[in-house]
Design a protein. Structure first.
Length: 97
């Protein structure tokens, strides 16, 4: 009896870095695709997007496991997972109007 291969996990088509809050105690929470990810959550691997680092200027390094792709994003930037292109979110909104 033949088995069917497991479907490839589907992740997001785009990854948007919405913002960051840094607390006075040094801990931070980042928003990726509208969802908060605190420092404790970053340790647990997400199926869709992993925040693997944060620079002093607030930019984050993200890895997208299902696409074997990684990128560094600044607040407001958006990564097209398929092409690897990074754009400003305001530019996407202007094109839609």
């Amino acid at each position: 009896m033949a088995t069917t291969p497991a479907p490839t996990p589907q992740g997001p088509d785009t990854v948007t870095y919405n913002g960051v809050v840094r607390r006075s105690d040094g801990k931070s929470t980042v928003w990726i695709n509208g969802k908060p990810i605190d420092e404790r959550s970053r340790i647990r691997a997400s199926r869709d997007v992993n925040v693997v680092g944060m620079r002093a200027d607030g930019a984050v390094s993200v890895a997208i496991p299902q696409a074997s792709r990684a990128a560094s994003l600044k607040v407001g930037q958006r990564l097209d997972v398929e092409s690897g292109r990074i754009g400003e979110s305001y530019a996407v909104r202007q094109k839609q109007n």
